[in-house]
Design a protein around this ligand. Sequence first.
Ligand SMILES: C=C(O[C@@H]1C=C(C(=O)O)C=C[C@H]1O)C(=O)O
Length: 241
Amino acid sequence: MNKIKISAVSYTNTKPFIDGIERSEVKNQIDLSLDIPSDCAQKLISNQVDIGLIPVAAFPQVPNANIIGSYCIGSVGAVNSVFIFSDVPVQEIKTLKLDPQSRTSNNLAKVLLKFHFKVEVEFVSDQDAKTDGMVLIGDRTFGRKDDFAYAYDMGEEWMKFTGLPFLYAAWIANKTIPQEFIAEFDEALKLGLAHRKELLQQLPSVPNFDLDDYLFHKLDFELTLEKRQAMELFLGYIQQL
Ligand SMILES: C=C(O[C@@H]1C=C(C(=O)O)C=C[C@H]1O)C(=O)O
């Protein structure tokens, strides 16, 4: 049987899932690659993989997109790894650098600035540009909050804006995947989440960052109905940008 090709996020947020796959027989049915989120999305869009843990902002670009399983990368309020870092208060931001590794959080920044903070901002892709602030996601944000005058946690701001949790990335397929495989894959993800304590013992500690709190309390991996509603709402806002 051909292996199912999967691209997953290469950040710490996905390590419990990878650990669960490694612990399970299902790994023998998978050809796994770890990529930055923007590449996970690109690989799924261009059919280089069958399933990706991809930024939900890219969902509309995926042919035959369907969410599989019961797990995701989400948060209920603050997530502590998706930020707008800035030198000035948000109301004074005029220019903002986007994160080339992101698809969801770049759009989330645009949505929050326009509809929640109600400020008009110019968005810049050039990483060398001098701007009032920047979007930064993933491990590169760990312990960085104090390096900037202002740090806005976008999971927290989204919750203030909508009263909903947020869905950053979901396991999305670009074709019909056999139900039997999905069930086995989902069990592996569940197993990985159940072994987070052991995983934490293997991970090197990060200065000024509480990894235990991050993997147990900030990230929320359950793909709930509310998170799906948040995704629908978010995609609707993106269309109004
Ligand atoms: C919580 C996070 O969620 C992520 C944010 C993503 C994005 O902005 O496109 C994509 C995948 C997730 O890794 C994070 O990376 O810190």
